[in-house]
Design a binder for this molecule. Structure first.
Ligand code: SAM
Length: 352
């Protein structure tokens, strides 16, 4: 049994971007093939001309470097026509020859209406499948591999694996974040997701500390500012609009009705965050100015994507940012991801 596919989950509507990205990554790794992607399906399959070696996949197909993929897995051929009365036996005959053990098994579906209809089926199937895997000694909690069954219907499924260090550790690549009651806007979840899933635990502890300072460009009504304040960070909120009153009462926010493109802080702040709706290259130039002038140490910002050539725009912005970061002579980490709470946009984190 070999792996001939790379299976990627994405936001429905972004299959083309996800496909272009994996095509670039695989050809750089010397893995050749073609992509199967259907609009609005919520997933993409890269079909390799030759079996994909696990080591090559691990070394060159890096989940963290993919912007549009919520998950990235090594998959076998699709299993079709699973019989209604016994799905487990044919699945085991495909899983056993992989000669692996798995720390856990996840049953997943595309993030679409059709996919949602399958969630009750997946729930019901979970226990009997786990029992069968345990009985056949395929579950070992110390294994670094995870088994994924990606159901397209109750009779068609991709069998796939991931390494826990090179994949999303969220089922379906989707975080379950609770909307905080006192947060002024749903946008707050974007910054919460960025902090929780684009920074490691250690980075969160190190870089999000009580008493730090931040500037929030395009802050109103204050969803992003709320996340910073909630972590004890003092915020200068730049926006012509109105800030949420309760948030202002915390005493940690200074609201300035100024233009985010011309505002300059008196001294270097720990964080620049920016959620202004503007052309992505315009925002990119603004951020490169902040970094090269040393106005901020770290930053999180959104790039709102154009209607067309979205992947190309991401590549162009990345190139501009990389160039500017290199010029500073400091070491920076640049991370880009289309988060679950991002719609027609992506989130960028720059960490010093
Ligand atoms: N992050 C905010 C939150 O969580 O509540 C939502 C931000 S909203 C998407 C974009 C904001 O950017 C608007 O409030 C708008 O007034 C502001 N904005 C747009 N252009 C701006 C500019 N040139 N200077 C300052 N603010 C600007």
């Amino acid at each position: 049994m070999s792996y001939t596919n790379i299976l990627l989950y994405c936001r429905p509507g972004f299959e083309n971007e996800c496909a272009s990205e994996i095509t670039d990554m695989t050809s750089a790794a010397g893995i050749y093939g073609y992509v199967r992607a259907k609009e609005q399906s919520g997933y993409v399959v890269f079909c390799s001309h030759a079996p994909i070696d696990e080591e090559t996949f691990q070394q060159h197909i890096l989940y963290k470097d993919l912007v549009f993929a919520r998950q990235c897995l090594l998959a076998t051929e699709i299993v079709k026509d699973l019989p209604v009365d016994d799905r487990i036996t044919p699945l085991l005959t495909k899983i056993q020859p992989l000669e692996k053990t798995f720390c856990q098994v996840w049953m997943e579906t595309p993030d679409t209406n059709d996919g949602k209809q399958l969630s009750a089926f997946c729930k019901k199937f979970d226990k009997p499948l786990n029992n069968a895997l345990n009985k056949n000694k395929l579950i070992d909690h110390n294994s670094p591999l995870r088994l994924h069954l990606f159901f397209l219907s109750s009779s068609a499924v991709y069998i796939a694996i991931s390494h826990i260090d090179n994949s999303s550790n969220l089922i379906m690549g989707i975080p379950r974040l609770r909307m905080p009651k006192s947060a002024p806007s749903r946008s707050t979840l974007k910054l919460d997701e960025a902090f929780n899933f684009m920074l490691t635990q250690k980075e969160q502890t190190e870089h999000l500390q009580n008493g730090m300072t931040a500037v929030d460009l395009g802050a109103c009504p204050g969803g992003w500012t709320w996340q910073l304040v909630n972590r004890g960070i003092r915020v200068t909120a730049i926006d012509n609009g109105s800030m949420n009153e309760k948030l202002m009462e915390t005493g940690l926010v200074e609201h300035l009705r100024k233009d985010g493109f011309t505002y300059v802080p008196d001294k270097t702040v720990d964080w620049l965050v920016c959620d202004m709706v503007e052309r992505p290259m315009h925002i990119t130039h603004l951020i490169t100015k902040w970094i090269s002038e040393g106005y901020c140490v770290n930053s999180v910002f959104n790039l709102k994507l154009p209607m067309k050539k979205r992947y190309q725009m991401v590549c162009d912005c990345r190139q501009e940012l990389e160039h500017a970061l290199e010029q500073t002579g400091h070491y920076y980490q640049l991370r880009m991801k289309q988060l679950y709470h991002d719609r027609e946009e992506i989130t960028v984190v720059i960490l010093q």
